[in-house]
Design a protein around this ligand. Structure first.
Ligand code: ADP
Ligand code: MG
Length: 237
């Protein structure tokens, strides 16, 4: 479904990703875990088409990302640290704008429903420039889901969310899983990964150093595995 072959990314002199090979089946939920600077966000940026690899190939739904970028991007929802929202637009205007950008005619009722679901009903018509980080992140969740994507890329999605928003997000993730979406989630929370993911990848220094299914592992074994391979002196984890 997603096939990544021999991806390398070099910026200047620095090798950021080194020979990443990965096959992800439709409907899998993958947890991507590793210390800061490991290259996790770069992997998501490359799969989303926002960043080009220096070498290697990516096939999604049997098509080369390089040759069908728009068609593939329309199937991907990306929740990253960058919000891509327009400051002077309200949540309603932002979501309608993005739906249009994806080439979707989305019903206003659906957009409003999504805004309510992320808990921003009261701010539906307020420009987002006055929003807190948590509110922006709630709206980003709605933005990533507005076009019913088949693939969801989540970069530390729980960061800066309050408990209620974490529950909202986890409900969306479960709903997407049930719908058969494929999800790749970068997280620092091993427990969260254990509960939400079917498979976990450890990354370090631009490579994947482990790849295992979650069902066989107890959460404390995952902790042990992580610290054995990545190191217990990892302050940034
Ligand atoms: N646009 C960029 N220019 C230069 N270096 C970058 C750029 N993007 C990422 N890097 C570097 O690549 C490495 C991996 O970054 P990143 O993928 O963000 O790691 P992670 O998400 O695992 O913390 C880091 O050392 C970072 O400094
Ligand atoms: Mg990152």
């Amino acid at each position: 479904m997603i096939v990544i072959e021999g991806i390398n990314k070099t910026i200047g002199e620095k090798a950021i990703l080194r020979n990443i090979n990965l096959q992800i089946k439709q409907g899998e939920t993958i947890g991507l875990i590793g210390p800061n600077g490991a290259g996790k966000s770069t992997v998501l940026n490359i799969i989303s088409g926002l960043m080009k690899p220096s070498s290697g190939r990516i096939k999604i739904f049997g098509k080369q990302l390089k040759e069908h970028p728009l068609e593939i991007k329309n199937k991907i929802g990306f929740l990253s640290h960058d919000s891509f929202l327009y400051d002077h637009f309200s949540p309603l205007e932002n979501l309608k704008f993005f739906a249009k950008l994806y080439g979707f005619e989305v019903e206003e009722r659906k957009v409003k429903g999504l805004i309510r679901e992320v808990g921003l009903a009261y701010f539906m018509h307020e420009p987002v420039r006055s929003f807190s980080r948590g509110m922006i992140q709630r709206l980003n969740i709605a933005r990533a889901l507005i076009h019913d994507p088949d693939i969801l890329l989540l970069d530390e999605p729980h960061t800066s969310l309050d408990q209620q928003a974490i529950q909202i997000l986890n409900r969306f993730i479960s709903k997407m899983k049930k719908r058969g979406a494929t999800i790749i989630m970068v997280t620092h929370d091993l427990k969260e990964a254990f509960h939400l993911c079917d498979r976990i990848l450890f990354m370090k220094d631009g490579t994947i150093i482990d790849d295992f299914p979650v069902s066989e592992q107890k959460v404390n074994l995952i902790f042990e595995k992580y610290f054995a391979q990545v190191g217990s002196d990892e302050k940034n984890f």
